[in-house]
Design a protein around this ligand. Structure first.
Ligand code: HMG
Length: 391
C-alpha cells in the first residue's frame, strides 16, 4: 500500500565543465552541415572537461551548494551514480565525501547502469527515507560522455553532474508511486573496462530507447499510474535533445494521441534548454532536464511532471512527480545559468588535444595542468592514486 509520507527532491544543483565546444567548430572540422547538429539532433554545444576535472570534481561542485544550504547532519547516505567510473573498486563518492567534509558516520556507494543509474539511486534513496524520515540522502549523478573522435557519436558528447538532496516533505518535487520499469538485454551502447570511449550502434540505440519507452509506459499503466493528459511536462533522458522529441512522439502515437507539434513542444521544450548546450551528461541528463523545466517554466505548483529515465543495455523507468507549491523560492536558476555561461569556448584543436589526453599507467607522479578555475581540482595521479585539491 502507498505510504502517506511525501518523499522526493528537496534541493537540486548542477555543475558543468570549465570548457565548451560549439557544434559550429565540430561542423567546420568535419564538413557537416550545421543544420544536422542544430536541427537534426538539436545540439548547439557540448561541455568539455579540463585536464584537471573529472566526475569527482564535477560531483563535488554540484553537491557543495546543497551541503552549504542544508548542512550535513541529516545526510547518512551518499549514492554516486556514474557510468564513467574512475576506479573499479573505490566509489567516486568517497572522494566527494572527503572534499565536502562530510561526517564519518555516512555510508557511500557507487551505482551503475548506463544513464539509468541516477534514477535507481533516487528510488533507493526514497526507500531509505521511508525507513527513517529524519534522514536525507545525497544523490550525485556525474558523468563525462566520450565517444571516439570522428565517430557519429562525437557530436553527442558532454559532461555534467547533478546533485539531489532526497528527503521527507521535499521543497521541490514529491516523487510518486507507482513506477513503470523495463529491462531488455540489448547491445546498443557499452564501454568495456579497457576502453575510455563508449562503443555504440547509433540507430540500434534509438530503437532500443523507443522500445523502452513503450515498455515502461505499459508497466506504468498496469501499475495504476496517471493518464497521459495529466502531465504538465515530460522530462526524458536526453542524449541529444531531439531524442526527447522522438521518444515523446512515439509515446503519444502508440497511445493513439495526436502528435501535433504545438502539443509536443508544450510538453518538452522547457526541459531542453540546458541539455542543448551541455550535451549528453548520461546519468545527470534527465535531472538536467528537470532543472531546465523548473528554472524556465511559469509556476508549476501542484502540477504533475513525468520522468522517463533510459540507460542503454538497457534499463528504463517511467515515473511521476508533483511539483511542490512554493518551490520557486528554492531554485538555483542564477547559479545554473552562471555554470553554463562561465565556460570558456575551445577551438577545435584544443578540444582534440583534451580528448586525446589520458594518464600514463606507469604509477609515476603525473601532475595535471591547472586549467579549471573551480573550487575542486584533480591535481595529479601519483602512484596510481588520484590526488584532489580544494581551493
Ligand atoms: P548520424 O548517423 O550521424 O546522424 O547519427 P543521422 O544521419 O541519423 O542524422 C541525425 C538527424 O539529423 C536525422 O534526423 C537527419 O535527418 C537529420 P531524424 O531522421 O533522426 O529525425 N539531419 C539534418 N537535419 C537538418 N539539416 C541537415 C541534416 N542532416 C541530417 N542538414 C546519432 C546520429 C544520434 C545516432 C549519433 O550521433 C550517435 O550514435 N550518438 C550516440 C548514441 C545516442 O546518443 N543514442 C541515443 C539513444 S541511446 C541513449 O540515450 C543512451 C545513451 O545516453 C548512453 C547510456 O544510456 O549510457 C547514449
Amino acid at each position: 500500500m502507498a505510504s502517506a509520507l511525501a518523499v522526493g527532491i528537496h534541493d537540486l544543483s548542477f555543475a558543468t565543465t570549465e570548457f565548451v565546444l560549439p557544434h559550429t567548430a565540430l561542423a567546420a572540422h568535419n564538413g557537416t552541415d550545421i543544420g544536422k547538429y542544430h536541427l537534426g539532433i538539436g545540439q548547439r554545444s557540448m561541455s568539455v572537461p579540463a585536464a584537471d576535472e573529472d566526475i569527482v570534481t564535477l560531483g563535488a561542485a554540484a553537491a557543495a551548494p546543497l551541503i552549504a544550504r542544508h548542512g550535513s547532519d541529516a545526510v547518512r547516505t551518499v549514492v554516486f551514480a556514474t557510468e564513467s567510473s574512475i576506479d573499479q573498486a573505490k566509489a567516486a563518492g568517497v572522494y566527494v565525501h572527503s572534499l565536502l567534509g562530510l561526517p564519518s558516520a555516512t555510508r557511500v556507494v557507487e551505482l551503475k547502469q548506463a544513464c539509468y543509474g541516477a534514477t535507481a539511486a533516487l528510488q533507493f534513496a526514497i526507500g531509505l527515507v521511508h525507513r527513517d524520515p529524519a534522514q536525507r540522502v545525497l544523490v550525485i549523478a556525474s558523468d563525462v560522455s566520450k565517444y571516439d573522435l570522428d565517430s557519429p557519436g562525437e557530436a553527442t558528447q558532454g559532461a555534467a553532474a547533478v546533485a539531489l538532496l532526497v528527503g521527507a516533505d521535499p521543497a521541490l518535487v514529491r516523487i510518486e508511486e507507482p513506477s513503470g520499469v523495463f529491462t531488455a538485454d540489448v547491445m546498443d551502447f557499452w564501454r568495456p573496462n579497457y576502453r575510455e570511449a563508449a562503443l555504440v550502434d547509433g540507430q540500434e540505440s534509438i530503437t532500443a530507447y523507443l522500445q523502452a519507452v513503450e515498455g515502461t509506459w505499459k508497466d506504468y499503466v498496469e501499475q495504476g499510474g496517471r493518464k497521459l493528459d495529466e502531465f504538465a511536462a515530460f522530462c526524458y533522458h536526453q542524449p541529444f535533445t531531439k531524442m526527447a522529441y522522438k521518444a515523446h512522439r512515439h509515446l503519444l502515437n502508440s497511445n493513439g494521441h495526436d502528435t501535433d507539434e504545438a502539443r509536443v513542444a508544450r510538453d518538452l521544450a522547457l526541459t531542453t534548454a540546458y541539455n542543448t548546450v551541455v550535451g549528453n551528461s548520461y546519468t545527470a541528463s534527465v535531472y538536467l532536464g528537470l532543472a531546465s523545466l523548473l528554472d524556465h517554466a511559469d509556476d508549476l505548483s501542484g502540477r504533475a511532471v513525468a520522468f522517463l529515465s533510459y540507460g542503454s543495455g538497457s534499463v528504463a523507468e517511467f515515473f511521476a512527480g508533483t511539483v511542490v507549491p512554493g518551490y520557486r523560492a528554492h531554485l538555483r536558476t542564477q547559479e545554473h545559468r552562471e555554470a553554463i555561461d562561465r565556460r570558456e569556448t575551445l577551438d577545435y584543436a584544443r578540444y582534440r588535444a583534451l580528448h586525446r589526453r589520458s594518464f600514463p599507467t606507469d604509477g609515476g607522479d603525473h601532475p595535471t595542468p591547472a586549467q579549471t578555475t573551480g573550487r575542486y581540482r584533480l591535481a595529479a595521479l601519483r602512484g596510481h592514486k588520484r590526488i584532489y585539491e580544494t581551493r
